[in-house]
Design a protein around this ligand. Structure first.
Ligand code: AMP
Length: 279
Protein backbone atom coordinates (compact mmCIF):
# COMPACT_ATOMS: atom_id res chain seq x y z
CA UNK A 1 0.00 0.00 0.00
CA UNK A 2 1.33 3.41 -1.01
CA UNK A 3 0.55 6.36 1.25
CA UNK A 4 0.17 9.55 -0.76
CA UNK A 5 -0.55 13.06 0.50
CA UNK A 6 -0.22 15.18 -2.59
CA UNK A 7 -2.88 15.32 -5.34
CA UNK A 8 -0.24 15.63 -8.08
CA UNK A 9 1.60 12.48 -6.92
CA UNK A 10 -1.76 10.75 -6.64
CA UNK A 11 -2.54 11.66 -10.26
CA UNK A 12 0.86 10.34 -11.41
CA UNK A 13 0.25 7.02 -9.67
CA UNK A 14 -3.31 6.70 -10.89
CA UNK A 15 -2.32 7.29 -14.51
CA UNK A 16 -0.89 3.78 -14.52
CA UNK A 17 -4.04 2.21 -13.10
CA UNK A 18 -7.46 1.53 -14.53
CA UNK A 19 -10.74 0.31 -13.10
CA UNK A 20 -10.25 2.17 -9.83
CA UNK A 21 -12.53 1.71 -6.83
CA UNK A 22 -12.73 4.70 -4.52
CA UNK A 23 -13.57 4.50 -0.80
CA UNK A 24 -13.85 7.96 0.76
CA UNK A 25 -13.59 8.07 4.58
CA UNK A 26 -12.83 10.50 7.36
CA UNK A 27 -10.56 8.00 9.11
CA UNK A 28 -10.71 6.55 12.60
CA UNK A 29 -11.30 3.33 10.75
CA UNK A 30 -13.39 0.47 12.11
CA UNK A 31 -14.92 -2.78 10.85
CA UNK A 32 -17.58 -0.76 8.97
CA UNK A 33 -14.88 0.86 6.84
CA UNK A 34 -13.06 -2.46 6.44
CA UNK A 35 -16.26 -4.01 5.10
CA UNK A 36 -16.16 -1.44 2.28
CA UNK A 37 -12.69 -2.71 1.34
CA UNK A 38 -14.10 -6.26 1.18
CA UNK A 39 -16.77 -4.98 -1.24
CA UNK A 40 -14.11 -3.16 -3.26
CA UNK A 41 -12.06 -6.34 -3.65
CA UNK A 42 -14.98 -7.91 -5.51
CA UNK A 43 -14.85 -5.10 -8.08
CA UNK A 44 -11.22 -4.33 -8.83
CA UNK A 45 -7.69 -4.73 -7.61
CA UNK A 46 -7.00 -1.00 -7.69
CA UNK A 47 -8.48 0.38 -4.50
CA UNK A 48 -7.98 3.98 -3.38
CA UNK A 49 -9.05 4.71 0.18
CA UNK A 50 -9.05 8.33 1.21
CA UNK A 51 -8.84 9.74 4.73
CA UNK A 52 -9.85 13.37 4.89
CA UNK A 53 -11.77 15.08 7.66
CA UNK A 54 -13.73 17.44 5.45
CA UNK A 55 -14.11 20.78 7.27
CA UNK A 56 -16.90 22.07 5.03
CA UNK A 57 -19.32 19.31 6.00
CA UNK A 58 -19.17 20.23 9.70
CA UNK A 59 -21.44 22.96 10.90
CA UNK A 60 -19.96 23.17 14.36
CA UNK A 61 -16.34 24.07 15.08
CA UNK A 62 -16.54 22.00 18.26
CA UNK A 63 -17.70 18.94 16.27
CA UNK A 64 -14.90 19.37 13.71
CA UNK A 65 -12.23 19.79 16.39
CA UNK A 66 -13.48 16.77 18.34
CA UNK A 67 -13.74 14.43 15.37
CA UNK A 68 -11.39 11.50 16.16
CA UNK A 69 -8.16 11.60 14.14
CA UNK A 70 -6.10 8.42 14.42
CA UNK A 71 -3.97 8.26 11.28
CA UNK A 72 -1.19 6.07 12.75
CA UNK A 73 -3.72 3.51 13.96
CA UNK A 74 -5.57 3.68 10.63
CA UNK A 75 -2.37 3.03 8.66
CA UNK A 76 -1.56 -0.04 10.72
CA UNK A 77 -5.12 -1.32 10.31
CA UNK A 78 -4.75 -1.00 6.54
CA UNK A 79 -1.26 -2.49 6.34
CA UNK A 80 -2.38 -5.97 5.34
CA UNK A 81 -5.53 -4.87 3.53
CA UNK A 82 -6.22 -4.86 -0.22
CA UNK A 83 -5.92 -1.07 -0.44
CA UNK A 84 -3.54 -0.01 -3.24
CA UNK A 85 -3.28 3.67 -2.36
CA UNK A 86 -4.12 5.44 0.88
CA UNK A 87 -4.67 9.11 0.08
CA UNK A 88 -4.34 11.44 3.08
CA UNK A 89 -4.46 15.01 1.76
CA UNK A 90 -4.56 18.22 3.80
CA UNK A 91 -7.39 20.75 3.54
CA UNK A 92 -5.16 22.93 1.29
CA UNK A 93 -4.55 19.94 -1.00
CA UNK A 94 -8.25 19.31 -1.42
CA UNK A 95 -9.42 22.92 -1.46
CA UNK A 96 -6.52 25.07 -2.72
CA UNK A 97 -9.10 27.74 -3.54
CA UNK A 98 -12.51 28.49 -2.04
CA UNK A 99 -14.64 25.33 -2.46
CA UNK A 100 -17.21 25.70 -5.22
CA UNK A 101 -20.00 23.40 -6.36
CA UNK A 102 -21.94 24.16 -9.54
CA UNK A 103 -24.43 21.34 -8.84
CA UNK A 104 -27.77 22.51 -7.43
CA UNK A 105 -28.47 20.53 -4.28
CA UNK A 106 -31.88 18.79 -4.23
CA UNK A 107 -34.51 20.03 -1.76
CA UNK A 108 -34.29 16.78 0.21
CA UNK A 109 -30.77 17.82 1.29
CA UNK A 110 -32.43 20.33 3.63
CA UNK A 111 -34.55 17.70 5.33
CA UNK A 112 -33.73 14.96 7.88
CA UNK A 113 -30.01 15.45 8.74
CA UNK A 114 -29.92 18.54 6.52
CA UNK A 115 -32.56 20.32 8.57
CA UNK A 116 -30.28 20.92 11.54
CA UNK A 117 -26.91 20.44 9.81
CA UNK A 118 -27.25 23.39 7.46
CA UNK A 119 -24.99 23.05 4.42
CA UNK A 120 -23.74 19.63 5.54
CA UNK A 121 -24.68 17.76 2.39
CA UNK A 122 -23.42 20.50 0.10
CA UNK A 123 -20.09 20.08 1.90
CA UNK A 124 -20.26 16.31 1.39
CA UNK A 125 -21.06 16.53 -2.32
CA UNK A 126 -18.38 19.20 -2.84
CA UNK A 127 -15.68 16.95 -1.40
CA UNK A 128 -16.99 13.83 -3.15
CA UNK A 129 -16.96 15.75 -6.45
CA UNK A 130 -13.35 16.78 -5.79
CA UNK A 131 -12.33 13.22 -4.90
CA UNK A 132 -14.05 11.91 -8.03
CA UNK A 133 -12.10 14.44 -10.10
CA UNK A 134 -8.82 13.48 -8.48
CA UNK A 135 -9.24 9.72 -8.74
CA UNK A 136 -11.48 9.23 -11.77
CA UNK A 137 -12.92 6.00 -10.36
CA UNK A 138 -15.03 3.36 -12.10
CA UNK A 139 -16.65 2.51 -8.77
CA UNK A 140 -17.14 4.34 -5.49
CA UNK A 141 -18.38 2.63 -2.35
CA UNK A 142 -20.52 4.22 0.37
CA UNK A 143 -22.25 2.77 3.42
CA UNK A 144 -26.00 2.58 3.98
CA UNK A 145 -25.23 3.68 7.53
CA UNK A 146 -25.28 7.23 6.09
CA UNK A 147 -28.50 6.64 4.20
CA UNK A 148 -29.32 10.20 3.17
CA UNK A 149 -25.71 10.84 2.15
CA UNK A 150 -25.74 7.70 0.01
CA UNK A 151 -29.01 8.77 -1.63
CA UNK A 152 -27.69 12.27 -2.39
CA UNK A 153 -24.42 10.94 -3.81
CA UNK A 154 -26.33 8.53 -6.08
CA UNK A 155 -28.54 11.40 -7.22
CA UNK A 156 -25.55 13.68 -7.80
CA UNK A 157 -23.84 11.02 -9.94
CA UNK A 158 -27.00 10.34 -11.91
CA UNK A 159 -27.97 14.04 -12.35
CA UNK A 160 -24.41 14.89 -13.41
CA UNK A 161 -24.24 11.83 -15.71
CA UNK A 162 -20.91 10.76 -14.23
CA UNK A 163 -19.59 7.40 -15.46
CA UNK A 164 -19.16 6.09 -11.91
CA UNK A 165 -21.02 3.14 -10.42
CA UNK A 166 -22.02 3.76 -6.83
CA UNK A 167 -21.90 0.64 -4.69
CA UNK A 168 -24.01 0.49 -1.52
CA UNK A 169 -22.58 -1.38 1.44
CA UNK A 170 -24.70 -2.69 4.34
CA UNK A 171 -24.33 -1.29 7.85
CA UNK A 172 -21.93 -3.20 10.09
CA UNK A 173 -23.02 -3.41 13.74
CA UNK A 174 -21.44 -4.60 16.94
CA UNK A 175 -22.72 -7.62 18.82
CA UNK A 176 -25.47 -5.49 20.45
CA UNK A 177 -26.56 -4.10 17.07
CA UNK A 178 -25.04 -0.68 17.61
CA UNK A 179 -24.05 0.65 14.17
CA UNK A 180 -20.28 1.06 14.11
CA UNK A 181 -19.31 4.71 13.89
CA UNK A 182 -16.23 6.79 14.56
CA UNK A 183 -18.45 8.87 16.82
CA UNK A 184 -19.00 5.86 19.12
CA UNK A 185 -15.47 6.51 20.36
CA UNK A 186 -16.68 9.82 21.76
CA UNK A 187 -19.23 8.05 23.96
CA UNK A 188 -18.31 7.36 27.55
CA UNK A 189 -18.59 3.68 28.52
CA UNK A 190 -21.86 3.97 30.37
CA UNK A 191 -23.51 5.66 27.36
CA UNK A 192 -22.63 2.89 24.90
CA UNK A 193 -25.50 0.74 26.15
CA UNK A 194 -27.93 3.65 25.75
CA UNK A 195 -26.63 4.35 22.25
CA UNK A 196 -28.06 1.08 20.96
CA UNK A 197 -31.56 2.24 21.96
CA UNK A 198 -31.70 4.27 18.75
CA UNK A 199 -31.51 1.09 16.68
CA UNK A 200 -33.91 -0.75 19.00
CA UNK A 201 -36.54 1.98 18.67
CA UNK A 202 -36.12 2.08 14.89
CA UNK A 203 -36.69 -1.66 14.79
CA UNK A 204 -39.73 -1.48 17.12
CA UNK A 205 -41.16 1.37 15.05
CA UNK A 206 -40.87 -0.59 11.80
CA UNK A 207 -42.44 -3.64 13.45
CA UNK A 208 -45.39 -1.69 14.78
CA UNK A 209 -46.02 -0.18 11.32
CA UNK A 210 -45.86 -3.70 9.89
CA UNK A 211 -48.42 -4.69 12.51
CA UNK A 212 -50.80 -1.97 11.39
CA UNK A 213 -49.85 1.10 13.46
CA UNK A 214 -50.11 4.50 11.76
CA UNK A 215 -46.71 5.81 10.69
CA UNK A 216 -47.15 9.09 12.55
CA UNK A 217 -48.12 7.32 15.79
CA UNK A 218 -45.20 4.90 15.58
CA UNK A 219 -42.75 7.76 14.97
CA UNK A 220 -44.17 9.78 17.84
CA UNK A 221 -44.04 6.85 20.26
CA UNK A 222 -40.37 6.16 19.44
CA UNK A 223 -39.47 9.84 19.80
CA UNK A 224 -41.23 10.11 23.17
CA UNK A 225 -39.55 7.00 24.53
CA UNK A 226 -36.10 8.06 23.40
CA UNK A 227 -36.63 11.51 24.89
CA UNK A 228 -37.63 9.91 28.21
CA UNK A 229 -34.40 7.90 28.09
CA UNK A 230 -32.32 11.08 27.81
CA UNK A 231 -31.98 11.47 24.05
CA UNK A 232 -32.33 14.79 22.26
CA UNK A 233 -33.88 13.61 19.01
CA UNK A 234 -33.27 15.62 15.82
CA UNK A 235 -35.72 13.56 13.80
CA UNK A 236 -37.30 10.14 13.78
CA UNK A 237 -39.07 9.53 10.51
CA UNK A 238 -40.26 6.92 8.11
CA UNK A 239 -39.58 7.82 4.50
CA UNK A 240 -39.66 5.94 1.24
CA UNK A 241 -36.43 4.31 0.12
CA UNK A 242 -36.57 5.54 -3.47
CA UNK A 243 -36.33 9.31 -2.88
CA UNK A 244 -36.57 9.82 0.91
CA UNK A 245 -39.87 11.64 0.53
CA UNK A 246 -42.74 11.03 2.93
CA UNK A 247 -44.52 7.83 1.96
CA UNK A 248 -48.00 7.61 0.52
CA UNK A 249 -50.22 4.58 1.05
CA UNK A 250 -49.00 3.24 -2.29
CA UNK A 251 -45.37 2.93 -1.14
CA UNK A 252 -44.10 -0.34 0.20
CA UNK A 253 -40.30 0.04 0.32
CA UNK A 254 -39.70 2.20 3.35
CA UNK A 255 -36.89 3.18 5.68
CA UNK A 256 -37.03 4.42 9.26
CA UNK A 257 -34.31 7.00 9.89
CA UNK A 258 -33.28 8.79 13.03
CA UNK A 259 -30.62 11.10 14.41
CA UNK A 260 -30.19 12.30 17.93
CA UNK A 261 -27.80 13.36 20.61
CA UNK A 262 -26.97 11.20 23.55
CA UNK A 263 -25.06 13.59 25.77
CA UNK A 264 -22.73 15.48 23.48
CA UNK A 265 -22.56 12.86 20.78
CA UNK A 266 -24.74 12.88 17.68
CA UNK A 267 -25.62 9.42 16.36
CA UNK A 268 -27.61 8.32 13.31
CA UNK A 269 -29.07 5.02 12.23
CA UNK A 270 -31.72 3.57 9.92
CA UNK A 271 -33.69 0.39 9.26
CA UNK A 272 -35.11 -0.53 5.87
CA UNK A 273 -38.37 -2.45 5.69
CA UNK A 274 -41.10 -3.39 3.23
CA UNK A 275 -44.81 -3.42 3.81
CA UNK A 276 -46.95 -5.76 1.74
CA UNK A 277 -49.65 -3.27 0.64
CA UNK A 278 -51.40 -0.21 2.16
CA UNK A 279 -50.11 1.68 5.21
P1 AMP B 1 -16.95 8.13 7.54
O1 AMP B 1 -15.50 7.86 7.77
O2 AMP B 1 -17.79 8.06 8.77
O3 AMP B 1 -17.18 9.38 6.73
O4 AMP B 1 -17.48 6.94 6.64
C1 AMP B 1 -16.85 6.57 5.45
C2 AMP B 1 -17.71 5.57 4.74
O5 AMP B 1 -17.89 4.43 5.59
C3 AMP B 1 -19.12 6.09 4.43
O6 AMP B 1 -19.51 5.62 3.15
C4 AMP B 1 -19.96 5.47 5.53
O7 AMP B 1 -21.31 5.30 5.17
C5 AMP B 1 -19.26 4.14 5.70
N1 AMP B 1 -19.55 3.59 7.03
C6 AMP B 1 -19.42 4.21 8.23
N2 AMP B 1 -19.84 3.41 9.23
C7 AMP B 1 -20.25 2.25 8.65
C8 AMP B 1 -20.79 1.01 9.14
N3 AMP B 1 -21.02 0.82 10.44
N4 AMP B 1 -21.09 0.05 8.25
C9 AMP B 1 -20.87 0.23 6.91
N5 AMP B 1 -20.36 1.37 6.40
C10 AMP B 1 -20.05 2.35 7.24
Amino acid sequence: MKIIKSPSILKENLNKLENITLIPTMGNLHEGHLSLIKEAKKLSKNIVLTIFVNPIQFNSKHDLENYPRTLKQDVSLLKDSAVTILFTPSTKDIFPTKPFLSYKMPIISNELCGKTRIGHFKGVITVVDRLFNLTNPSYAIFGKKDYQQLYLIKKFVSDSKLPIKIIEAPTIRNINNLALSSRNNLLIDKDIKNAVELYKKLKICTESVLNGAKIHDAELMAKEELTKEGWKIDYFEIRRQSDLKKPTNKDSKLVALSAGFFGDVRLIDNVEFCIPSTI
